[in-house]
Write a protein that binds this ligand. Structure first.
Ligand SMILES: [Zn+2]
Ligand SMILES: [Zn+2]
Length: 289
């Protein structure tokens, strides 16, 4: 595994990856530089059918060479952070010069295929969450990994296990950690959803206090206060926490449902933290997002 960490560190330095929060634009620029096209399964449907690659579409992504073209194909409806992971996994196959057998990373020997899959995963983990950077920040739990990287859930837990287990050191560790540390904010700015959530939590409490005071003000006034209570959910809804926005497989903007930019592709709903990786569409949000 030392070899994977070393190659991933070299890749991070060579491609000047300092911001761990990829955007659709920075991800595409990276694959462009490497000379690979990115196509979702829907966009690459013709190629998939023509090359009889249907059986591979069970995977989240795979890489094929068609004539001179080198193409990374991926599932349409992945969350953006998962899309980054699977595309970096494919880039791992490329960088590690894995064998090509129908698709990149596959081998006639299934043990070799499995080993290559693990290596490509290890590469993706190191690029999305460089261990030396996380050590420099003194990371000790998964919450901190979620704050500092795009990884979440099982993937963040996997990185924590790597941090605990791994005694592997590479000569570029310090340089990688320093460069990324300089580019990354100390504390990631949290999505304003947290504030909205706090307001929602606070509103019923406030309402409770008001009606409590109301009952003291006089029994006559207590009743109208209760009748007015359905107003509260409306004011919460006006914060539009529940609105779902949409992106397209290749797009860099998020849209409201029905936007004309969504017409020619499959809209992918995007919510919560994922929104931060996209910019607001100018048509849908004339005043900014
Ligand atoms: Zn693979
Ligand atoms: Zn739009």
């Amino acid at each position: 595994m030392i070899c994977i960490i070393r190659l991933a560190n070299q890749f991070i330095l060579r491609e000047n990856i300092t911001n761990l929060f990829f955007t659709p634009k920075s991800l595409r620029e990276l694959t462009d530089r490497l000379g690979y096209s990115l196509l979702s399964y829907t966009e690459g449907q013709e190629i998939i059918e023509h090359q009889s690659l249907q059986s591979y579409t069970e995977k989240k992504a795979f890489t094929v060479f068609v004539g001179d073209a080198r193409i990374i194909l991926y599932q349409d409806n992945l969350s953006f952070s998962e899309k980054v992971f699977v595309i970096l996994h494919e880039i791992g196959h490329i960088e590690l010069e894995h064998t090509y057998f129908g698709i990149l990373g596959k081998s006639e020997d299934s043990a070799q295929s499995d080993a290559q899959e693990q290596e490509a995963d290890a590469f993706a983990y190191q690029v999305m969450a460089p261990l030396s950077f996380l050590r420099r920040r003194g990371v000790s739990d998964t919450e901190q990994i979620k704050e500092l990287t795009m990884l979440s859930g099982d993937r963040a837990a996997h990185v924590l296990a790597l941090l605990h287990d791994s005694t592997i050191r590479d000569s570029n560790d310090a340089l990688v950690a320093r460069r990324i540390s300089r580019a990354m904010p100390r504390v990631k700015k949290r999505c304003s959803a947290a504030i909205i959530f706090a307001v929602i939590l606070a509103l019923p409490a406030l309402y409770g206090i008001i009606s409590f005071v109301g009952t003291f003000a006089g029994a006559d006034e207590a009743l109208p206060t209760q009748i007015n209570s359905p107003d509260l959910p409306d004011s919460v809804q006006s914060v539009s926490v529940t609105e779902t926005y949409y992106v397209t497989a290749q797009g860099e903007k998020y849209h409201r449902a029905g936007c004309r930019y969504l017409k020619n592709s499959t809209p992918i709903p995007v919510t919560g933290d994922e929104l931060q990786y996209y910019a607001p569409c100018k048509i849908c949000f004339p005043n900014g997002g």
